[in-house]
Design a protein around this ligand. Structure first.
Ligand SMILES: Cc1ncc(COP(=O)(O)O)c(C=O)c1O
Length: 349
């Protein structure tokens, strides 16, 4: 049972949903649920607003914080669809386990999410390519400055309308010094600290004119892992090649969906170790036909340039290649324009 306290004053009328900066304006309600040391209490949906916390709250000191990112889509006929929410729930609990936090039930995560979006249904924009970005997260909320896992935790879900996301063609730099994850580390978890640690090397690359990084393995920096906050795929000849997920890589839901769609289209997909030397070689001899990132925010982001050891190599970004075909196929399902033959969408009623 979820308690719902509705706002008496929606902020919706004051806003033009089709002209919002991403991630700054939040919808009317949020879900809050507390873990008291032994069990999750009853979730509450209440008006979005600030929360008062103690400076001794453990997350500020030891960083037990995890999150998810997902979207709700409005179809042409006005329905609202979630995309594979059970995968986000599973991944959230994997992240929780790695960060020594309590797992959360489907009733709280998935049903809470549905109830929250149902409460803020009007916040799901209808303009082409837009969506409601949903951010479930959990932090340690006990009051204790001792380096140990907390007893108390707070799980929350907030959401923010997002316009169609077009970042343009991405320029990536192959990172050979810094790492976002290593064997035995937390790379597969959506832990907040992974992102904080990535900001500095990303900033350095941006100062050189790149959009983001290609992360290579921490031990040898010789094979490709991810690109920024996206999984990465290459078209070499007619094959789609992508690194397998591992303890160092986030198991992206977009990546998994694109692989399924590609196979369904008859495209040969290889999940295997991808050496950066092989990619640069393929780029030079014309075998590398496309490179692209995959993630919830961007869906598919075409890579038009790879920088490796100071040399910048252009990569084709065809309008009718694998990247754009797969993006369209995925979005057609997300926006309810194509048959959902894999059972990925969940309608909010
Ligand atoms: C590090 C990292 N890799 C990959 C992804 C893509 O995952 P998904 O497709 O589930 O959004 C994300 C973004 O969520 C990410 O943060």
């Amino acid at each position: 049972m979820i308690t719902i306290e509705k706002t008496s004053q929606s902020r919706l009328q004051e806003l033009d949903l089709n002209k919002l900066p991403f991630g700054k304006v939040f919808s009317d309600h949020m879900l809050v649920c507390k873990f008291d040391g032994t069990k999750w209490e009853q979730p509450v949906i209440k008006p979005y607003g600030t929360i008062e916390v103690s400076p001794g709250m453990q997350v500020f000191h030891y960083g037990q914080a995890i999150f998810e990112g997902m979207k709700a889509f409005r179809t042409d006929d006005g329905r609202v669809l979630l995309f594979r929410p059970e995968r986000n729930h599973l991944r959230f609990n994997k992240s929780a386990e790695r960060m020594c936090m309590p797992s959360i039930s489907e009733e709280i995560f998935v049903d809470g999410l549905k109830e929250l979006i149902h409460t803020d249904l009007k916040w799901v924009p209808s303009e082409g390519g837009s969506s409601l970005y949903i951010r479930p997260f959990m932090v340690s909320s006990g009051e204790l400055i001792s380096a140990q896992p907390a007893q108390e935790y707070t799980f929350m879900i907030i959401s923010a309308p997002a316009l169609a996301y077009y970042r343009g063609i991405i320029k990536v730099k192959v990172e050979e010094q810094y790492s976002r994850s290593a064997a035995g580390g937390t790379g597969y978890a959506k832990a907040a600290g992974n992102y904080a640690g990535a900001f500095y090397p990303t900033k350095l690359a941006q100062e050189e004119g790149y959009t983001q990084l290609i992360w290579t393995d921490a031990a040898t920096h010789s094979f490709v892992e991810e690109s920024g906050t996206m999984n990465i795929l290459f078209r070499i000849g007619d094959k789609l090649v992508t690194p397998p997920t591992s303890e160092r890589i986030l198991d992206g839901i977009t990546r998994d969906s694109l692989i399924t769609l590609a196979k369904d289209m008859g495209i040969e997909v290889e999940e295997r170790r991808v050496y950066i030397s092989e990619i640069m070689e393929a780029a030079k001899n014309g075998e590398l036909k496309e490179a692209f990132g995959a993630g919830t925010a961007v869906t598919v982001g075409q890579i038009g340039e790879i920088g490796f050891r100071g040399e910048r190599t252009a990569i084709p970004t065809p309008e009718d290649g694998y990247a754009m075909k797969l993006k369209k196929a995925l979005q057609d399902i997300q926006y309810g324009r194509a048959e959902d033959k894999f059972g990925w969408t969940v309608e909010i009623k």
